[in-house]
Design a protein around this ligand. Structure first.
Ligand code: PAF
Length: 293
């Protein structure tokens, strides 16, 4: 894998791939890679002749009180994993390469950004939307890959791509889980001992909520209350939210139908964890919204 740390060098590499007629797939990341990122790289590898990954811990999406400084980083390990994954180019800009001056221009998708995560992280998605558009302008891929785990981020990115007519296809790849169900996240390194075991409860609650839907329940408030009850059964889990929303608009559903996201966020020890299920719900059936890989 070739490493490029300037916008100019990365653009030249992508341009020469493009001149050779190669389709370009792009996987934006903040590094500290795990099997979830590798699933995105594998999808990109299958569907494109030239695969670019970026590793950039984007300060714009962290609030001053958040974990920007202690966000886990291990570039040497990441490069080894990308090499094994068959990625062609990795873009590793510094903060000053990406933001030589404090950025004036920002991208915001207000309705999708203020709900769920936005209640505790009011500036987060503006930072995500801004860096994603900027990375898409730098790389200019045909297809960009995101993980389902950050479900609200998926909704925000899809909307910004539609609203601003960005010429890219957005592909969403199902969440990769530990054997006990815990969704993979770089922040899982903050979990130790009893907290790691406790963290299972997020995915377990979501599975139980799915079973309720499969048994015919279609009331959003009922499913939400059940998620809240299951999560707070453990007094050492501090629930932030449990929500039953339309997967595209993130509007809460009173009657569950169509593209649905069951989303939970909770503090387990020092970690704030997220998980979700994306389902396609009809009167008679409950299916996964995303095709399996
Ligand atoms: O999902 C992430 O890792 C980040 O939010 C992203 C998309 C790389 C933007 O910084």
């Amino acid at each position: 894998v070739e490493q490029y740390s300037t916008v100019r060098a990365l653009r030249e590499a992508v341009q020469s791939a493009r001149r050779a007629g190669k389709a370009v797939g792009f996987v934006p990341t903040m590094g500290y890679l795990h099997a979830g990122h590798l699933a995105l790289c594998a999808a990109a590898r299958r569907e494109n002749e030239f695969v670019v990954t970026s590793i950039f811990v984007n300060p714009l999406q962290f609030a001053p009180n958040e974990d920007f400084d202690r966000y886990p980083r291990d570039l040497v390990r990441d490069l080894g994993m990308l090499q094994t994954a068959g990625v062609d180019a990795v873009f590793t800009p510094s903060v000053t390469e990406m933001y030589p001056e404090a950025t004036q221009t920002v991208v915001s998708v207000p309705a999708l950004s203020q709900t769920l995560e936005g209640k505790t992280r009011p500036t987060h998605f503006q930072g995500v939307a801004t860096v994603v558009l900027k990375l898409l302008q730098i790389v200019r891929p045909d297809t960009v890959y995101f993980g389902q785990k950050d479900g609200q981020q998926v909704a925000v990115v899809r909307r910004l791509v539609r609203d601003l007519s960005v010429p890219v296809t957005v592909r969403v790849v199902p969440t990769v889980r530990e054997p006990d169900g815990l969704a993979l996240s770089s922040r899982n390194v903050y979990l130790e001992g009893a907290d790691r075991i406790r963290a299972r409860r997020l995915s377990q609650s979501l599975s139980q909520a799915r079973s309720l839907l499969e048994a015919g329940e279609r009331s959003g408030p009922t499913v939400q209350a059940e998620l809240e009850r299951l999560l707070t059964e453990d007094p050492d889990i501090r629930l932030d939210y449990a929500a039953v929303v339309n997967a595209d608009t993130l509007v809460p559903l009173s009657h569950i139908a169509g593209p649905t996201m069951l989303a939970v966020a909770a503090y387990v020890g020092p970690a704030r964890l997220l998980d979700n299920l994306m389902l396609d719900v009809s009167e008679r059936a409950v299916r996964d919204l995303l095709p399996p890989l």
